[in-house]
Design a protein around this ligand. Structure first.
Ligand code: PEP
Ligand code: MG
Length: 857
């Protein structure tokens, strides 16, 4: 039976999963393929066009794909994604998210065609509308009311209608709306409080919900606005309205409260914000000041440390280079009527030239960088934008430059006003505008103009680029050997600048407007992990950063007294292997092979697999390369392995468990690895992910040896495996601790959840004690114990792991230098003391402190 695919785009993975779950309840037979593209990565609320494109590709078949979206920028992401995916028959629907999705899933399961399914979905509210709005009662004026507090407005109840104007169904709450039945609008003498946001994602949905909950039962109305934000204050009533405040980590928000309980309301809200809504990684912020009348928060003076949001780790110290300004607003030249068509042609061909520019830059990049530049090309080809410019030329008689400036500026402003993630796309659009105008003004130029860093010749050998914001094309073209840091006044963790900085390995801090006040040439220290910025740093700070930045790994890991510890790299592809070898890795401790399988609807062929493994192995002649067999499921869903949907994939058929369901995939992979190893000079070892029992370990080791791979190990990623390590060592040659999963399963805390980050910490004593037990079992068995989770790349934790008796550490290549440097500074006996002290601690923070003290003692 033909069946369309469905993609659900949402700011919230939980919302999307729940909506899909509900819809699937309605289907008894075969359900359509549904893919969720939710969140913007690293637990960030938002949507991401690249993810959506992947989801579309995953479910695409002959029958087409229907895409559902939730709020504002989801639509933009989905539109970009349809272009990116390059799949035929993709339809974006404006159907209601829950009812529409449910109707679509049912109708798709019946084998209906794409347009029929979409029609069903769009009509899905009809029943509810008819039921709730009889005889012309359609007033939804309660939008500004206290929906989030469970109250109903008098207007609605007095008309006998149930209020269905909940958050998101009307305009955002506004203090202008008359509310005679409630306490007054904010006035100059309303109570005020200001508080900086310290939690990682700022005012996202969860904090918004907490704020609304905190006001429950109080006789107070509270408004919030972002300091420096352009919008009106938003009343603390509905989550959607609060998201529009667009406040992020580092922003200061101002609360204003009126009513009998105003002071109590402010106290509750400022306490919540000052505690980082329970998710701050900076510790409590300074408590908000509560005062009657205006309060001020003066900008940080130049020369004082300040902070933005660290988005790409690493430290740097170098003089500032300011990004050159983009073009000024072009002058308007009225066009005679008979020249307007030719002017339209000129505008259109400049857009095409800009698209070519992005494509040519994308061609020199790979992965996310290439995709981001691809988005620039798509924006430059956006018919809506081009037609808006043409319309100005035809109807208002504008010249092309002015028309493009106005048309793009208007859309960029709308995006900026939508706040948050949509605002970040405004930067991309302005870059497109500037490049088109540069082409119109100087048709021969393609590269310069729209804001590359200031004149190349004048730049120092190493510099930190400071800009109001950077466009993707600017960032992608940076040379990490010279541009050692990036600071922008705007941007956020999901902005393209941040993504590109991470992929280029350039430390970066965003949302740091203070940096714009430092003159060109000022020496600056930045920490891309913490977001700290210090102008004119003292000698110690400079030296520390310079050492950290140049900490290269010399290829031999050891403690200060010469105890060897192999420092290996984690890789996911042949390209990563090249990078790892360049960083001096002693070998590979974890080759994540699922990246070859990701996004595929069928298994890669034997030949493809052999070629990919062979390329990676070629980088490490005579060195150890541990290849992990497929780790599908949970956070790494693989379409071609898709089993029945699971309620809880992290506890479902994942890792080695998939080998029971699909033994031929494991056998095929082992055969391909053996074939690649046959001609390679690397020391090839294999290991299985997520093994729980001795029986599974033995089954894997037998399969590997049967395939001609004599050295077989397993990953220890669950408490079950850690606690049975002595028995596991009887059947395998080595183990490697996957501390990312081991921590998640020990602490029962989803590794993808930002809210649970403090539990998801490998410094938790429970996790440390399990590692300690495994290392002891390895020593007793005389077999190697590696660590290949993120824990291995924390230099202080590396000391502890070595103290437990771990024999190798495998990490992202950039961590090799700092980890090696730390180990080189500590004798083995101190590593042991640090390990004991950490394991004996009662919480993660004291484990860190105790280990540091013992290592230095
Ligand atoms: C781990 O869980 O620590 C690990 C290295 O595996 P992955 O992160 O690929 O799940
Ligand atoms: Mg794992």
């Amino acid at each position: 039976m033909p069946m369309i695919g469905i993609v659900v785009v949402s700011h919230s993975p939980a919302l999307a999963q729940a909506a899909v779950g509900l819809a699937l309840e309605m289907v008894s037979g075969t359900a359509p393929r549904i893919e969720v593209a939710a969140g913007a990565g690293d637990d960030i609320i938002g949507t991401d066009a690249v993810r959506v494109a992947e989801a579309i590709t995953t479910v695409a078949g002959d029958d087409g794909v229907l895409v559902f979206t939730d709020l504002g920028s989801a639509v933009l992401s989905a539109q970009m994604a349809t272009e990116l995916a390059g799949v035929d028959k993709v339809l974006l629907t404006d159907a209601p998210f829950v009812e529409g999705l449910t109707a679509a899933v049912v109708s798709a399961a019946q084998g209906r065609a794409l347009h029929e399914v979409e029609r069903e979905a769009r009509g899905a509210l009809a029943a509810k509308t008819a039921q709730l709005a009889p005889e012309g009662v359609a007033d939804t004026g309660a939008a500004g009311g206290p929906a989030g507090r469970g109250a109903e407005t008098e207007d609605a109840t007095s008309q006998g209608a149930t209020s269905h104007s909940v958050e998101g169904s009307g305009s955002p709450a506004s203090p202008e709306r008359p509310r005679p039945e409630r306490t007054p609008e904010p006035t100059v003498d309303a109570l005020r409080a200001e508080v900086p946001l310290t939690n990682p994602s700022g005012l996202h949905a969860r904090p918004a919900g907490m704020m609304i909950g905190a006001l429950a039962g109080l006789d107070a109305r509270v408004w919030v606005r972002r300091e420096g934000g352009r919008g009106e204050p938003v009343e603390v009533t509905g989550t959607t309205a609060l998201l529009m405040v667009g406040a992020r980590k580092g922003d200061t928000v101002e609360f204003r409260a009126a009513g009998a309980d105003a002071a109590l309301a402010l106290e509750r809200l400022t306490t919540l914000a000052a505690d980082g809504f329970g998710e701050s990684d900076d510790g409590p912020a300074a408590a908000g000041q509560v005062a009657a009348g205006p309060t001020t928060a003066g900008p940080t003076a130049a020369g004082q440390p300040s902070a933005g949001v660290g988005v790409s780790p690493g430290r740097a110290v170098a003089p500032i280079v300011r990004r050159g300004p983009g073009p000024a607003e072009p002058a308007r030249r009225p066009m005679p009527a008979d020249e307007r068509e030719a002017e339209c042609v000129r505008a259109r061909s400049a857009f095409a030239g800009a698209a070519d520019f992005y494509r040519s830059r994308a061609a020199g990049q790979s992965g996310q960088s290439a995709q981001i530049l691809g988005v620039g090309a798509l924006l430059a080809e956006d018919e809506g934008l081009i037609r808006a410019a043409e319309q100005r030329i035809r109807e208002a008689g504008d010249n092309a430059e002015y028309a493009v400036w106005q048309a793009a500026g208007q859309i960029a402003r709308q995006l900026a006003d939508a706040g948050s993630l949509a605002a970040e796309r405004a930067t991309d659009l302005r870059d497109v505008r500037d490049r088109v105008i540069a082409l119109l003004t100087h048709p021969a130029d393609t590269a310069p103009g729209a804001g590359g860093p200031a004149a190349t010749d004048a730049r120092p050998d190493r510099y930190i680029l400071v800009a109001a914001d950077l466009a993707p094309a600017d960032t992608a073209g940076l040379d990490p050997a010279r541009c050692v840091g990036i600071v922008t006044a705007g941007g956020g963790p999901t902005s393209h600048t941040s993504i590109l900085a991470r992929s280029l390995g350039i430390p970066a801090v965003v949302a740091a407007p203070q940096a714009l006040t430092y003159p060109e040439g000022t020496w600056l220290f930045i920490d891309g992990g913490t977001g700290r910025i210090v102008p004119d740093p003292d000698e110690d700070t400079r030296r520390g950063a310079a050492e950290n930045a140049t900490l290269a790994f010399d290829g031999t890991g050891h403690t200060s007294d010469g105890r060897r510890i192999s420092l290996l790299a984690n890789i996911g592809s042949a390209a990563d292997a090249v990078l790892a070898a360049g960083h001096g890795a002693e070998g590979v401790g974890l080759f994540r092979t699922e990246f070859l399988f990701l996004g595929r609807t069928s298994e890669p062929t034997f030949e493809e697999q052999v070629a990919s493994y062979r390329q990676a192995l070629a980088e490490f002649p005579g060195r150890k390369v541990v290849i992990r067999t497929l780790d599908a499921g949970a956070d790494k869903p693989l379409p071609f392995m898709a089993a029945n949907p699971e309620d809880n994939p992290a506890l479902g058929v994942r890792g080695f468990r998939t080998a029971s369901a699909r033994p031929e995939v494991l056998q095929g992979q082992l055969a391909a690895i053996a074939e690649a190893a046959r001609t390679a000079r690397a020391d090839v070892q294999v290991m299985a992910p997520m093994v729980d029992t001795v029986e599974e370990a033995a089954r894997f080791a037998n399969a590997a040896r049967k395939a001609g791979l004599p050295l077989a190990g397993i990953m220890i990623e669950t408490p079950a495996a850690a606690l049975t390590a002595p028995e596991l060592f009887r059947v395998v040659d080595f183990v490697s601790l996957g501390t990312n999963d081991l921590t998640q399963y020990t602490m029962a805390a989803d590794r993808l959840s930002g809210a649970l980050a403090s539990l998801n910490d490998p410094w938790q004593p429970a996790v440390l004690r399990l590692i300690q037990g495994v290392a002891a079992a390895g020593q007793a068995a005389g077999k190697p114990v590696g660590v290949c989770g993120e824990a291995a790349s924390d230099p202080n934790l590396a000391v502890v792991l070595v103290g437990f008796g771990v024999t190798s550490l495998s990490m992202t290549p950039r961590a090799l230098g700092p980890v090696a440097a730390r180990l080189k500074a500590v004798p083995f006996a101190r590593c042991v003391a640090a390990a004991r002290a950490a394991a004996a601690a009662h919480d993660a923070r004291s484990a860190r402190d105790a280990a540091a003290a013992a290592a230095e003692a």
